[in-house]
Design a protein around this ligand. Structure first.
Ligand code: NCD
Length: 299
């Protein structure tokens, strides 16, 4: 039985299979998961990711049981461990999608699970399915991953989507990553070491301007308010990077702007009509990728 917990464990062959399945689901409607149940357990609020998974399961003919407020509603408040919660859910569903506020909690759940478990985000840890859909977006919009120059911008310290996507990029050739963040929100050394060890060249910088005309992808992220110790600390960084229409217009032909959403103020709405804006296409690719993942895990 396979789980999807950490992006760095996902093999290149698996990525290929998932992308091929995603392509096929776009072409034809089928309901291979009829009679199967997906449990969505969210211990941290989310509408986007949970709806995306639920939509994917329903489109495949499956059914869904779901809790958006598991932290308060589930017995965790009574002191139940994630392991016990998982043992229970294993009897109710055929696959579990879990988001948790603690790094490593979903992995612990998977260690006792008798059904496949998908990590839908564990605190500032990982978000492997977002990374897969981000990668799929790049492949669909740019035709390839090898050789791309990608700029990650924003809260690279706390953003889990950038961590997971960096791991996946380690599978491709000649990828260049520019890490654009304030000095207090730099990506962790573990990610930089991983990139270096996997042949991805990277540079760190505080401003996007010198490279805006050279990059293929501008991956903008939200300052992760919920990870800051205080409102005051957050306000130091709120609004540090706002992509303007002028920035978008300075990008080369075919280059794209992505964002995992939700956006707060980091992309000006004037950018939405730019030919470079790809962030409203990501959710559609996301459902296809999550359909592919569910079908793959439930075979
Ligand atoms: C991301 C997340 O939850 O990490 N969003 C998402 O999955 N839709 C990014 C974010 O919250 O900024």
């Amino acid at each position: 039985m396979e789980h999807i917990i950490e992006a760095k464990e996902i093999k290149p062959e698996t990525i290929k299979k998932i992308f091929a399945l995603a392509d096929s689901f776009e072409r034809r409607h089928s309901t291979p998961l009829k009679g199967k149940i997906m449990a969505a357990l969210f211990f941290e609020p989310s509408t986007r990711t949970r709806f995306s998974f639920e939509s994917a399961m329903l489109r495949l003919g499956g059914s869904v049981i779901s809790s958006d407020n598991a932290r308060e509603l589930m017995s965790t408040t009574k002191g139940e461990t994630i392991e016990d919660t998982m043992r229970m859910i294993s009897n109710y569903a055929d696959v579990a999608v879990i988001r948790h506020y603690e790094v490593g909690a979903v992995k612990r759940a998977s260690s006792v699970a008798t059904i496949p478990v998908i990590n839908a985000g564990d605190g500032p840890g990982e978000h492997p399915t977002q990374a897969l859909l981000d990668l799929y977006t790049m492949k669909r919009e740019l035709g390839k991953i090898d050789g791309l120059h990608i700029a990650f911008m924003g809260d690279l310290k706390n953003g889990r989507t950038v961590r997971s996507l960096s791991y996946l990029l380690g599978n491709y050739k000649d990828v260049k990553v520019s890490l654009v963040s304030p000095s207090g929100l730099k990506v962790g050394d573990d990610i930089k070491e991983y990139l270096a060890a996997h042949g991805v060249s990277y540079e760190e910088m505080e401003k996007i301007d010198p490279i805006i005309g050279a990059i293929d992808v501008l991956y903008q992220t939200r300052i992760q308010k919920e990870r800051f110790v205080s409102e005051e600390e957050y306000l130091k960084y709120k609004g540090v990077y706002v992509i303007s229409r002028k920035d978008a217009d300075a990008m080369k032909d075919g280059a794209i702007i992505m964002h995992p959403f939700p956006r707060v103020d980091e992309i000006d709405p004037d950018v939405d009509s730019s030919p470079h804006a790809a962030y409203f296409k990501q959710p559609r690719y996301g459902v296809l990728v999550r359909m592919a993942l569910l079908a793959y895990l439930l075979k």
